[in-house]
Design a protein around this ligand. Structure first.
Ligand code: ATP
Ligand code: MG
Length: 335
């Protein structure tokens, strides 16, 4: 029980404790005077009584501090599970609540870090295992290393290097060591280039681009190229063959808005914020044989964040996915 919890300030609490102490010693000395208690004994009795009353009161002031110290020690050892209970409304309570929030956020960062390592190793292991099995068979003479086998191995190796490249890129983006190279560029040529690199030969006829030819954007061209490529790649991969994909760009209040839409199954409402996480794939995508690694949208989201923009995932009527990216213009001098 912390009887002082309902006071909102440490100053008030300390004053109350002092007043209680003074009051007790006054009462004890006047009663002691009447009962003719020896003079040397009166301060001792007052002191004892004051300590007895004040101690439980002051505990309420210091308990959260002790809890925080304990939680910090646990956190230093990597244990983020010690919650700090803050019942008081004063400054210490406020500190304790801020501390607990920090603890929860650090716990989440730690969880993500572990998940990342687990995911990366899992994603690396799959192609490595199949490469290894294939080469073991070749060495044992069970399989010949003909052109088809070599092509399959090469595809696996390309997948591995693409994955490593994506992970490195993502960590560069997150660490902020890859400064944006800001320039003004025409959006239509960017969209054409990006669609061409997302769509292998022949597929680009599925993609319709809608943009005015005088629309410019000020930002990092290569990064925005990456954003469009990833979105178009998803739209092509997650919608039926031959179904159309639309890429539309137009001006928005302080920049541009890019929309990529397809007629595929779309993304369920509940999963819309999760697909931006690293390695997150919906079940449909995970069971698909040619599924990616789930890093594309995480990279898109980092790039959009760096540009101060936003991503909105919605549905395309009657079915399909519609991803809108809003990007404010950057300052040309900004890095
Ligand atoms: N246009 C879309 N239609 C339906 N689902 C989509 C669409 N775009 C993304 N998704 C879902 O979001 C998940 C995450 O997308 P993301 O681009 O991050 O990963 P990926 O395409 O699976 O792999 P990567 O882009 O790394 O090759 C996808 O696996 C898929 O489940
Ligand atoms: Mg993708």
């Amino acid at each position: 029980v912390r009887p002082l919890d309902r006071f909102g300030s440490i100053k008030v609490k300390l004053s109350l404790v002092v007043v209680a102490g003074v009051f007790i010693s006054a009462v004890v000395s006047s009663i002691g005077y009447r009962l003719e208690v020896p003079l040397w004994l009166r301060p001792l009795i007052a002191l004892g009584l004051a300590l007895l009353v004040v101690y439980p009161f002051s505990r309420g002031i210091t308990a959260p501090l002790r809890e925080m110290a304990e939680a910090s020690r646990a956190m230093a050892e990597g244990d983020f599970t010690h919650p700090v209970t803050a019942t008081s409304r004063d400054e210490v309570g406020e500190l304790a609540r801020a501390f607990d929030q920090m603890r929860a956020e650090l716990a989440e960062v730690e969880r993500q870090r572990r998940a990342l390592i687990a995911n990366v190793s899992h994603e690396l292991r799959t192609p490595l295992t199949s490469l290894r099995a294939r080469f073991e068979n070749i060495v044992d003479g069970v399989q010949t290393n003909d052109a088809a086998t070599a092509a399959a191995s090469l595809a696996e190796i390309e997948r591995l290097s693409a994955l490593v490249e994506q992970v490195l890129d993502l960590s560069r983006l997150e660490a902020g060591v890859a400064p944006l190279e800001v320039e003004r560029f025409p959006v239509d040529s960017l969209l054409c280039d990006a669609v061409a690199s997302a769509a292998p030969d022949g597929l680009d006829t599925r993609v319709a681009i809608g943009v005015r030819d005088d629309l410019d954007y000020v930002g990092d061209r290569a990064r925005i190229h990456q954003v469009v490529t990833n979105l178009v790649d998803n739209a092509l991969r997650f919608s039926p063959d031959c179904s159309p994909v639309r890429v539309v760009a137009g001006p928005s209040e302080d920049g541009i808005a890019l929309t990529v839409s397809d007629l595929g199954p779309g993304i369920e409402e509940a999963e819309r914020h999760r697909v931006l996480e690293r390695f997150y794939r919906t079940d449909d995508a995970r069971s698909a044989a040619d599924g990616g690694t789930g890093l594309g949208l995480a990279i898109v989201s980092e790039i959009v964040d760096l540009h101060g923009g936003s991503i909105e995932i919605g549905t395309n009527r009657p079915t399909g996915c519609r991803v809108t990216v809003r990007l404010p213009h950057l300052e040309t001098s900004a890095t």
